[in-house]
Each structure stands twice: as C-alpha cells, then as structure tokens.
Design a protein around this ligand. Structure first.
Ligand code: ATP
Ligand code: MG
Length: 429
C-alpha cells in the first residue's frame, strides 16, 4: 500500500523546525493586540449552510462562483466549509441577539478557511485568517480604529514594508450611479474583456475592476473613478476617515480602482499590501471594509452598520522577519539505574512531575536507556540543566544537578533543587 498524503493545498505544520511555535506566537500577538483595542474572540463552526455564504458573500463573487467546498450531509442538507469569517460571525451575532445587549460589538476571530483555488506560494486550499469586526458603529472613527488595529498588528509582527490602500465605494446611490457609469464605459469594449468580466458586465460590473486577468488590465486602468460618483455624506465620511488616519500616524494611499472581491462592501474598503517582494504575486496581506448592508442581507430587521478585516496567517508569516527564538529553559531528569530498578525510575518520573507542577519544563527519556544515552538525549533536546537520580540519591533525598553550559555539578537536597529551578525558570520567561 502506498503512503498517504495530505490533500494538495492543505498543509501540515510541524513542531520540529519551529513552525508551530511561529504560528503560536503570531496567534498570541494577535490576541494581545485585539484585547488592547477592546476586541473579544468569537469562535464559529467550520461548516455552515451553503445559503449563508451565497447570501453573505454574494452570488457573483469568485468565492461563491468557483471556490467553495460544498457537500451534502447525511440529512441531505447542503453545507459549505467556510471560505471566510465575516458571514459566520454576523450570523452568530444575529442568532444570539448580541446587539440587543450591547450597542457596539467588537469581535475578533482566528482559524481555518477553505477555498478550492489553485495552490501557489501564499495561496492554499486550507488557509488561516485572523480577523476583526465592529458591529453597530457607522462612524469613520470605527473605520479608523479597525485599520489602525490591522497596522498595529502588522507592526507587532515586524512587518514594516507594506502599504494601506484605501477607497470608498459609497452607499447604494453612489454604487448605482457608478454601476451605470461602468456599464456605459465597458459596453463598447465588451469583446476585449476576459470572458469572466464580459459575463459580469450586466450582473456586477464593479467586479471587473477586481479582475486579475491580463486582458482586463488596459481597460481597467482608464475606467471612471468611483470617487466621482460619491454623494456628499459618503465624501464627508471618507474625508473624516483620512483625517483620523493622519492623526493616528497610519500612512495610506487613496486607490480609486480598489473594489475588493466581496459584494457586500459599502463606503470604506481597504487592503494592506506587502511591498517587500517576498510574497510574489500573492502580496495582499489584509482585506477589509465596511458592510452596512450585510446584517439586513442575512435577515436582520434593523440595519446594523459594520466594518472589519481579515488577514491570511500564511502570508503574514511569509512576510514577517524570523528572529531567532530564545532558547527555552528546560530540565532533563536522568535515571542512573538499570531497567529493573523501578523505584529509581519511578522516582525520576515523580521528580519530573513535581518540577512541571512548579512551572518548570522537564523531560524524562522514558526509554530509560544507559546513563550515556539519556545524557545525550538531554543534550539534543537543548536542556539547560540535568538532574541525575540514582539509588543513593533516592535513599538520601538528594539529586545531582549538572549545568550543561559549564559542566558544573553539585549534589543538593531534592526539595532545594526544585525550588532553585522553579525560580530560574520564572526568571527565564
Ligand atoms: P486574493 O486576491 O489574494 O485571492 P482575496 O481578495 O480573495 O485575496 P480576502 O477574501 O479578502 O482575499 O481574504 C483576506 C486575506 O486572506 C487575503 O488578503 C489573504 O491574505 C488571505 N487569503 C485569501 N485567500 C487565501 C488563500 N487561498 N490562501 C492563503 N491566504 C489567503
Ligand atoms: Mg481570492
């Protein structure tokens, strides 16, 4: 029988080369930054009804048209693996009537998303996002805080070579005006458009601006600007947002061609793009915007303004510098005993347990080979200190403590060794 492999575009993370540790640090950084901005984590299921994403992401988006993993469960329900986090979070907020209790909700999330795309560097079929959203606040200040949260998080990861691109898509009136302007502009050139874009000309002409197809690029470049279609209130909101961002010291570039792939955006949209070149074609780290119509789209009786962003963890880790991880403080307990001397082996296990209970990372080579092989394993694991326990030590209530860096060795009471190492482990944190 052949060996089995993971599904293409769905990756394992292994601890040995420090990958899992990098992920855990990023997740901890994200949670820390979010909590300083007053965002609390929501966790929703990996799988939802297909209808949620059809309504919440939009029928004419790439995600719904060609990227979703959908299936029927045994009860003949049509489900989808979540391709993004916002639709589920809004569904949860509505289902649990969260806004009946809180006027403004700040939620963050983190987890796996699934899209059946062609795998490439920075593009996977199971990928992971961190995201944050504010519900119940229509102000430009909320937009500014969300964008500031995103850039602060990037800074905490050491990602400095990036640009915030900002645009406004206006409200429904502006969108309708702009839609007409685009249809008028593109229709005479329909034959020059890619088939995807040509088919979107009537259904959703804005999405043509989001196309990455080379055939669409020359026409896109000369298309009318949405900013010319904005109404007075949209324009005031956009101006205020820019003032706030300047006050917060968040640099940005107004980018009128930025429309973003999802259908539900209104007013503010933004992206953060990596400019270091380390990501190749997949250089968008973050996408976000305001989606004031989504709550009603998903069944809310009252409209609820909302804004949020999502970032791909894999791309963040490709863009972030990789500082040498500090060597953790760890202790190895070595049993100086033959395999039949079980009281000594048991004492070694018990000593490791007591160290762990006192906050010390402690290992035992439970194969209990020779002293020499246990010492070698302790060294390979990067142990700072080795505690040797033989028959005499167990009888006297002592241990032999060896410092790996210097080779210095001393005998001391068992309780004292635990106390000393607990203090050192605390200091090394
Ligand atoms: P792209 O244009 O790269 O396909 P998108 O517009 O589809 O991105 P969003 O839906 O806005 O992406 O998702 C937000 C972020 O999630 C992206 O900026 C990116 O960092 C990440 N992301 C999206 N799709 C993938 C994927 N297939 N693999 C890895 N990361 C992804
Ligand atoms: Mg995409």
């Amino acid at each position: 029988m052949g060996t089995l492999q993971a599904v293409s575009g769905m990756n394992d993370l292994l601890p040995g080369d420090g990958t899992t540790a990098r992920w855990q640090r990023l997740e901890a950084d994200f949670r820390a930054v979010c909590s300083r901005y007053g965002f609390a984590e929501v966790r929703t299921p990996l799988c939802e009804s297909l209808e949620l994403f059809q309504r919440g992401v939009g029928e004419t988006t790439d995600i719904v048209e060609k990227e979703m993993y959908t299936f029927k469960d045994r009860g003949d329900r049509t489900l989808a693996l979540r391709p993004e986090g916002t639709a589920s979070a809004v569904r949860a907020a509505l289902e649990h009537r969260v806004l009946d209790r809180e006027p403004v909700v700040r939620w963050s999330y983190l987890g796996a998303m699934f899209r059946a795309e062609r795998p490439a560097k920075g593009r996977y079929r199971q990928f992971h996002q961190v995201g944050a959203e504010i519900y119940g606040d229509a102000s430009a200040a909320a937009d500014a805080e969300v964008i500031d949260l995103a850039t602060s998080f990037l800074a905490s990861l050491g990602i400095t070579q990036c640009t915030v691109r900002l645009n406004s898509l206006g409200g429904p009136d502006a969108r309708a005006r702009y839609r007409d302007a685009l249809v008028a502009y593109f229709t005479p050139h329909r034959d020059a458009l890619s088939p995807d874009s040509a088919s979107r000309l009537e259904r959703n002409p804005l999405r043509i601006l989001d196309s990455k197809d080379p055939r669409d690029q020359p026409l896109k470049a000369a298309a009318p600007s949405i900013l010319d279609s904005l109404g007075d209130e949209d324009r005031a909101h956009f101006e205020l947002l820019q003032q706030y961002l300047r006050a917060l010291g968040v640099p940005f570039e107004v980018t009128p061609s930025l429309v973003r792939g999802l259908d539900y955006y209104t007013r503010t949209v933004f992206e953060i793009v990596d400019t270091s070149g380390s990501l190749g074609a997949q250089d968008t780290l973050c996408g976000g915007g305001r989606y004031d119509a989504l709550f009603t789209e998903l069944g809310s009786h009252a409209p609820v303004p909302a804004i949020g962003f999502a970032m791909g963890i894999e791309r963040l880790l490709l863009a972030a510098p990789q500082p040498e991880a500090p060597k953790p403080f760890r202790v190895a307990v070595v049993a100086a005993a033959k395999s039949h001397e079980t009281p000594v082996l048991a004492a070694a296990l018990a000593l490791a347990k007591e160290l762990r209970a006192n906050g010390v990372t402690a290992t035992v080579d439970t194969r209990f080979g020779s002293m020499k092989s246990q010492m070698r394993r302790a060294d390979d694991l990067g142990s700072t200190v080795v505690l040797v326990l033989g028959g005499n030590e167990v009888a006297n209530g002592t241990v032999t403590m060896k410092r790996m860096a210097t080779g210095e060795q001393q005998s001391l009471p068992r309780a004292e060794s635990i106390h000393t190492l607990a203090t050192e482990a605390l200091g090394a944190r």
